[in-house]
Design a protein around this ligand. Sequence first.
Ligand code: FAD
Length: 417
Amino acid sequence: MSKNNEPIIIVGAGVGGLTLALALRKLGKNVRVLEQADKIQPIGYGIQLGPNAVRAFGSLGLAEQLSARSTIIDRINIRDAVDDSEVLAIETGARVRQRFGNPYTVVHRAHLHELLLEACSRGGVAISTGSAFLSVDADDFGVVAKTKDGETVEGAALVGADGLHSSVRANLFPERRALPSGYAAYRTLLDLHDPTIPPELKFAEVTLWAGPAFHVICYPLGENILNLVVVVRLDEAGDPDSLTNPEIARARGIAHPTARWLLERVSIERRWAICDIEPMRKWGRGRVILIGDAAHATLQTLAQGAGMAVEDSVSLASQIGQADGNIVQAFDAFNAERVVRTARVQLESRALWEVIHCEGIQAEVRGHQFRDYEGGQALECLAWLWGYSGQEKATRRFVDDPAVRRSGSRQIGVAGA
Ligand SMILES: Cc1cc2nc3c(=O)[nH]c(=O)nc-3n(C[C@H](O)[C@H](O)[C@H](O)COP(=O)(O)OP(=O)(O)OC[C@H]3O[C@@H](n4cnc5c(N)ncnc54)[C@H](O)[C@@H]3O)c2cc1C
């Protein structure tokens, strides 16, 4: 078995894995990333990054590169998909920057990956593509990972950053599997210069139309692209692989014209099943630990899956840096620091999922409830999420922050996905 000066093996070159690799290289640590894909090619759609995620990237010296590739969002609108009435509007431009020190932004995933890969390459991170993790053996001194091709890789420790359907998680906790929500997402990029595009879609705003058993989200990525996500509850009686999509047809039938315009343009050629996992208290064993979706995959309601992965990476690197070579202690400290915050994101995202997709009298009640979040109140309700700056102990912050205590446990959503 290997010793502490051997590389820390990171499984997965997604947002979490690359950010961790970079953060560890900045501390002078030796890392090796194993990625199953032959070529690192993130799906080509948008991603929202709250001020907490922007802050975490900034702590790694990536603020300028991220800002050059992203669009600052002025407002998040949640509207009723059937009558287009406003459910909630959150001013996110200057107010968010002033309150949380960083903006609310959106970025093309390919651009985010590009900047992470460039930074990893500058930092000398070793990434092996076409290297699918299969299993890991660990003892008190190190780990040996095996890939599906039969290669063995020795390291000081192993971090599973391999996403929702994590093989590292399956090795450690085989009973913890992804839980399908019964919903699926369809994504499309539209041309913002399309002359038929409704003018209200051209602003630097995230808009979510919440409808019975479906929602539609869109936001611009730069000046040319409109990112569109449609999420529908799958019809249990229908053929799960059918592309005729009775669910989208149903949503089109009841949606307000602007939401319908978007529903008519979404591509149904590929869809992503929406899943999360049950919150887990322990994310690892000894020299093996999970981060990101592998540890705490969440529904997209708060638009924070990647944000949590990036926060994890910054926190884990910092714990490793402070642990004076005691990697097991660093993993335990990281797990303890992050577990409540990420579980809160998972559980609030589930609760809000129901609120977003309700109908009838529930939808009317929702309209009244959200009216309470006028003005700055919405930002204070989100302070636990967007105001997090890491390393100052998540649990203490959301108990002690007077603004958050005032708002109690009321939930408030962001236009997730
Ligand atoms: C419709 C939709 C919208 C979303 N919108 C947002 C949003 O607006 N904001 C936000 O913050 N989050 C959003 N998310 C969530 C976000 O995409 C994920 O939470 C985030 O990508 C998780 O990062 P990760 O690094 O943990 O995993 P991933 O980014 O999934 O990376 C995992 C990596 O591991 C690799 N891998 C998997 N198995 C193996 C193996 N056996 N061996 C080697 N490599 C392996 C994969 O190829 C991949 O490169 C959204 C998700 C969906 C589905």
